[in-house]
Design a protein around this ligand. Structure first.
Ligand code: CS2
Length: 489
């Protein structure tokens, strides 16, 4: 057994392993991050690590909202962890020091709220996944029927949700005469800044109207587009980290070389120079965000469902299938790209890069990982694109094949009749939609299409979509995933 990674053992890292050059004991916290999972640690924390040498006041306090596992793994390592970057050429390792403290929100709430309401904290950033916003995709506002929001409203001083924690911390700051922080959403939601602003403001207004008005006028909620593929860490990754660094790391993170972070330049007061770590500041994030959600994430979800049903474990295997690869290229060129406002040359160069990234065989990104939470992902990844095309009377057969693959997956049985363990907050609704259909494919499609949290009204009521879904669903079941993709390739 090797020595465990920590501040004390850091000097024993294998020579050649890259690590920060700043004097870590001098770094002070300036950011509280909610949702300190692998994605944050492979993305924003790395960008932050790059700027701490020139500005040491932006260290990160990271909190997990649901499970203590990240805190348990990293606290004994003084917050240090290994970043493994993989491509065809091999793996490189880097030790990241930007995370100064880890908290488990349910059990360390007073400490977390104290950190959030401390004047030194000028940013509260979030990667809490789509469902963490407790918003209603149809209205774009707070889901006031959400069980945890109901609890947060009944007991706002002991919040459980991300919006609830932010509102309580802002209340404490206002009461103490401290300026608010910037709320920086880093989740894959369209207009993520606006969604964050709406859920926080609407909750604050219900807790205390004066607080709500103060939030409206004083808090900034910049939008961001964040991009880096981060597969879940495996035992093999831990071993590789140990081999390269010669130190034991309970939770290294693995990623690709690519990183993009586009941020709307609208902060309360000063902001970190994230550009030192490669971030771009722009006045309008929306065109980048729509391109990323529809091109990258839209294709990712189609690859995940078709690939899973086609028996593939990893994205790189799915994209190595020539039928699926051509199908995806055509879905981009014919159905998705025409809905975007970016210049066509920019979009086609983007698609080319995506193909290379998806093909990275070293990444081992599981189709199962992307398939989870489809009900939260489909609206911004596929449904918006479908809606835009239907409005113009344009065909949507490739997108329909993607949705038909999702319906098959969500119905809980694969093409060979084997059970699928569906990981989704709407699983009960899926089970009911499937049971009510009683094995009739038309009824199944109708029942899924009626899910108003997933499909907008125009899309729900579209006859051409319903027909396209049925054709593609039947093709999928008679020809298999690759066969159905081949017909549209
Ligand atoms: C993926 C994303 O799991 C998923 O749903 O589509 O996490 C994707 O890898 C990232 O958005 C890439 O930036």
């Amino acid at each position: 057994m090797s020595e465990r990674l920590s501040a004390a053992s850091l000097g024993h890292t294998q020579s050649g392993v890259r690590r920060f050059s700043y004097d870590r004991p001098r770094v002070t916290p300036g950011i509280v991050h909610l949702g300190i999972g692998a994605f944050h640690r492979a993305h924003q924390a790395v960008v932050t690590d790059d700027l701490l040498a020139s500005d040491p006041n932006w260290g990160i306090v990271g909190a997990s909202l649901r499970r203590p596992d990240t805190r348990d793994a990293l606290a004994p390592q003084d917050g240090l962890y290994t970043l493994l970057v993989r491509d065809g050429g091999g793996t490189s390792a880097r030790i990241i020091g930007a995370v100064l403290e880890l908290l488990d929100a349910p059990n360390q709430k007073p400490r977390l709220l104290a950190r959030m309401s401390d004047a030194a904290t000028r940013i509260v950033s979030l990667t809490v996944t789509e469902k963490g916003y407790c918003y209603d995709a149809a209205s774009g506002g707070l889901d006031t029927g959400h069980p945890q929001i109901i609890e947060d409203l009944a007991n706002p001083a002991n919040p459980q949700t991300a919006p609830g924690l932010i509102v309580e911390a802002l209340r404490q700051r206002r009461a103490a005469g401290i300026a608010p922080f910037t709320v920086l959403s880093c989740d894959n939601l369209p207009h993520n800044g606006t969604v964050a602003a709406r859920v926080v403001t609407e909750l604050a207004l219900r807790v205390d109207p004066a607080l709500g008005e103060w939030v409206k006028s004083n808090v900034a909620f910049p939008a961001t587009m964040i991009d880096r593929i981060v597969p879940a860490t495996t035992e093999a990754d831990r071993e590789e980290a140990r081999e390269i660094t010669r130190l034991e790391d309970a939770w290294p993170v693995v990623t690709e070389p690519f990183l993009q972070w586009v941020i709307e330049d609208r902060f309360v007061g000063e902001r970190p120079r994230f550009e030192l770590g490669g971030a771009e500041f722009v006045s309008d994030v929306a065109p980048y965000e729509t391109m990323k959600l529809r091109m990258l994430n839209g294709a990712h979800s189609m690859i995940a469902y078709l690939g899973y049903l086609g028996g593939h474990e990893f994205v790189s295997q799915v994209i190595a299938d020539p039928s699926i690869r051509r199908f995806i290229e055509n879905a981009w060129a014919r159905e998705i790209a025409p809905t975007l406002s970016m210049r066509p040359q920019v979009v086609s160069a983007y698609a080319e890069t995506l193909l290379k990234r998806f093909s990275n065989p070293a990444l081992k990104h599981r189709t199962m990982q992307i398939a989870m939470d489809g009900s939260q992902k489909l609206p911004q990844r596929l449904v918006g694109t479908i809606g835009d095309r239907l409005k113009l009377g344009q065909p949507v057969e490739r997108l329909a094949l993607g949705v038909a693959a999702w319906i098959t997956y969500a119905s809980g049985t694969d093409l060979q009749g084997r059970l699928i363990v569906v990981d989704d907050p709407m699983r009960a609704e899926f089970e009911s939609a499937t049971a009510r259909a009683g094995g009739n494919d038309e009824a199944l499609i109708g029942n899924f299409l009626a899910l108003s949290r997933v499909f907008t009204e125009d899309v729900r009521n579209s006859k051409p979509l319903r027909e396209a879904l049925l054709v593609q669903y039947r093709a999928l079941h008679s020809l298999g995933a690759a066969g159905a993709a081949f017909k549209l390739a």
